[in-house]
Design a protein around this ligand. Structure first.
Ligand code: EPU
Length: 346
């Protein structure tokens, strides 16, 4: 695919019929009619304008760690390849301007090593920076929205560039405007992140507090997060997966009370709107599904929220397996599970 990293849209003709199987961490087989990874903002604008002119269907990709790809992808798949980043400002905080093509985890580790606080709890989340706002990535009590100042976007309809403030992104739990009103309408090209030079450890998450202290360095916190994740989550390089496959479901206070009568030890997390978030992994685990395998897919043996692909399967088979799991959970708890990765249209 490197032949399709481009500064100019003239190369588009060389980027036909590209195998994206290794470009998605679930390794679902996928053949894209066209694929291109522009390295600069102006190259990306040219590609977008060209694709719109030719009426090609546009699919936007990042690191491929949160998508369910179809066997055949029509039109053109575009992965923003801008990898420049820099810091601005002084005083107690700085703003990092980061190209959409920068690898998220390497950014976290580089900033943590410089003692810049804010995203250290989000270490080892796979994918590109440009994809991070789409689902408002989160882990260990921190979400991207906590540090995001704004997002630079290119409008698909016009190829024009503009900035959206964090407020305008309408962030929620694994949610944003990029999944709703702006879905398939814009490309995220750059992030602006506010980072603190003053220590700002967020150690509320039990596992993390057990490994570091309030005086630990930013890098030590990031390394502790990596260690926790490595213990529970399979490395996609070794066993194909897309992280948490289901979102943690939200239930009303009435439904929670009823569930707690039968399952008093059920983990639940109150939300500001009065609802409670349940742990999808716990629900799946209680159904006895941890380690279950059906054909090419399985429930990870150490973390029930992660579905793994042993090889040879496709999206249809994965969705059937996911539906089976969701049914089992619904039958036992009356709670609906929804997939977290995005279903990409063929
Ligand atoms: N649990 C089980 N069995 C399991 C898995 C979990 O009983 O197999 C229980 C745990 O004991 C715990 C509760 O479920 O009481 C929650 O589990 P955990 O703290 O591991 O978090 P999670 O809900 O499974 C979420 C995010 C993760 C993030 C972690 C840590 C979602 C969908 N997932 O997982 O994000 O890393 O919290 O903050 O919100 C990802 O998005 O790919 C991802 C890994």
């Amino acid at each position: 695919m490197t032949g399709c990293e481009t500064n100019s849209s003239d190369l588009l003709s060389r980027c036909q019929s590209v195998d994206l199987t290794s470009a998605n961490t679930l390794r679902l087989p996928c053949q894209a009619e066209r694929y291109v990874a522009p390295k600069t903002l102006s190259a990306l604008q040219n590609v977008v304008r060209d694709a719109v002119d030719k009426q090609w269907h546009i699919t936007l990709l990042g690191g491929g760690s949160n998508v369910l790809l179809p066997a055949k992808l029509k039109g053109i798949a575009i992965r923003p390849g801008m990898r420049q980043w820099w810091l601005e400002g002084g005083g107690e905080s700085v703003v990092a301007y980061v190209g959409a093509g920068v690898n998220w985890h390497s950014l976290v580790m580089t900033l943590a090593a410089r003692g810049l606080w804010g995203i250290e709890n989000l270490a080892l989340i796979p994918g590109d920076c440009g994809a991070a706002p789409v689902q408002n990535i989160g882990a260990y009590g921190v979400e991207l929205k906590d540090v995001l100042e704004g997002v630079q976007i290119v409008e698909l309809a016009s190829g024009n560039v503009r900035w959206l403030s964090a407020d305008a992104c309408q962030f929620g739990y694994r949610d944003s405007i990029f999944k709703k009103a702006l879905a398939d309408k814009v490309v995220i090209t750059q992030l602006a992140l506010r980072l603190s030079k003053k220590p700002l450890p967020r150690l509320g998450y039990g596992d993390l507090a057990a490994r570091v202290t309030a005086s630990s360095s930013c890098l030590a916190v990031a390394q502790a997060v990596c260690a926790i994740r490595q213990e529970k989550l399979p490395d996609p390089q070794v066993l194909a997966n897309a992280g948490s496959f289901f979102k943690n479901p939200l239930v009303s206070s009435d439904q929670l009370s009823r569930l707690l009568q039968t399952y008093p030890s059920m983990p639940h997390f109150p939300q500001v709107n009065g609802q409670s978030k349940l742990a999808a992994g716990w629900l799946i685990d209680q159904c006895g599904l941890k380690g279950t395998r059906q054909g090419a897919f399985g429930v990870h043996a150490r973390q029930a929220l992660v579905l793994v692909h042993f090889g040879g399967g496709d999206r249809r088979e994965l969705l059937q397996f996911a539906e089976y799991i969701a049914h089992r959970v619904y039958d036992q708890f009356g709670v609906k599970l929804e997939p977290e990765p995005r279903l990409i249209q063929a």
